[in-house]
Design a protein around this ligand. Structure first.
Ligand SMILES: NC(=O)c1ccc[n+]([C@@H]2O[C@H](COP(=O)([O-])OP(=O)(O)OC[C@H]3O[C@@H](n4cnc5c(N)ncnc54)[C@H](OP(=O)(O)O)[C@@H]3O)[C@@H](O)[C@H]2O)c1
Length: 254
């Protein structure tokens, strides 16, 4: 049975990706820090597909190491599971002002959004290769391309992810296809701190954000999960590797 690993599975886009793969009868290994939310997701999806969850903090290399051992032990004790893919989705976003000299914010963004995923992925490449054809999908952002004040640390972490995607795609072809998805603004809890600071209601703000996109709405987590499903499918996307797919209601056009 095919199994996929999803980071940042507890909410938002990662949760929608788990639901999508469960609906396709792929087994899921769900990772994040919030075990309560992971337990709820496991309860929700377990009628559809085998699902396991592990607590893994991408900010802490020892926690990642521990998670990798748990995943390897699970695969060893369930030899029918074939690791087919990793979706590197977890991420944080904090506004940062260059005058604040917040080196801690830079380190956090680089570690959680980028380096933590490099550590997790590199430890599992041999396993992915053993079950080829397999895939890696990195969840990037339009902010890796668009230039917006206050986004330096986040944008740099996603730009690093994009270039890593391309290099890895070349290194791992033809056995493992490696692609990224760059979403526009998607309706998830990542925006809650910004929405809490608005005088207008959250729904009005989301409508305003929607108008920034040529498709005149912000995205749903399912928009990204559908793109993941496509890039994970070796029939439908067999000749695609090393791309950064913009799934963004057309915001990259303006
Ligand atoms: N929403 C958007 O508008 C948007 C746009 C472009 C790109 N993206 C990208 O899409 C991805 C998912 O974002 P989202 O919008 O779904 O955000 P979200 O709702 O805030 O979810 C973020 C996920 O990342 C996990 N996470 C955060 N810090 C972590 C850590 N230290 N260790 C392990 N997991 C951690 C969280 O789980 P725990 O708290 O349980 O650890 C959560 O499951 C991110 O990479 C984000 O940059 C989002």
């Amino acid at each position: 049975m095919e199994v996929v690993i999803v980071t940042g599975a507890s909410q938002g886009i990662g949760k929608a990706i788990c639901r999508q793969f469960a609906s396709e009868k792929k087994a899921v290994i769900a990772l994040s820090r919030n075990t309560n939310l992971l337990e709820q997701l496991t309860f929700e999806l377990s009628a559809q597909t085998p699902i396991w969850h592990f607590m893994l903090d991408l900010a802490d290399p020892r926690s990642i190491e521990h998670g990798i051992s748990q995943i390897k032990a699970l695969l060893q004790s369930h030899p029918y599971l074939q690791l087919k893919g990793i979706i590197n989705n977890a991420g944080i976003y904090f506004h940062n002002n260059p005058y604040d000299q917040r080196q801690d914010l830079w380190l956090k963004h680089m570690q959680i959004n980028f380096l933590g995923h490099v550590q997790l992925t590199e430890a599992l490449i041999k396993t992915l290769k053993a079950f080829a054809p397999s895939f890696i999908i990195n969840i990037s952002s339009t902010l890796a391309f668009q230039v917006k004040p206050g986004t330096g640390a986040y944008a740099a972490s996603k730009a690093a992810m994009n270039q890593w995607t391309r290099v890895l795609a070349l290194e791992l072809a033809p056995q493992i296809r490696v692609n990224a998805i760059a979403p526009g603004i998607v309706d998830t809890p990542i925006h809650q701190p910004t929405l809490n600071n608005q005088n207008d209601g959250a729904n009005d703000m989301k409508k305003e954000w929607g108008k920034l996109h040529p498709m005149k709405r912000i995205g749903n987590p399912e928009d990204i999960a559908q793109a993941c499903s496509f890039l994970a499918d070796h029939q439908r996307s067999n000749w695609i590797t090393g791309i950064i797919m913009e799934v963004d209601g057309g915001i990259h056009l303006i």
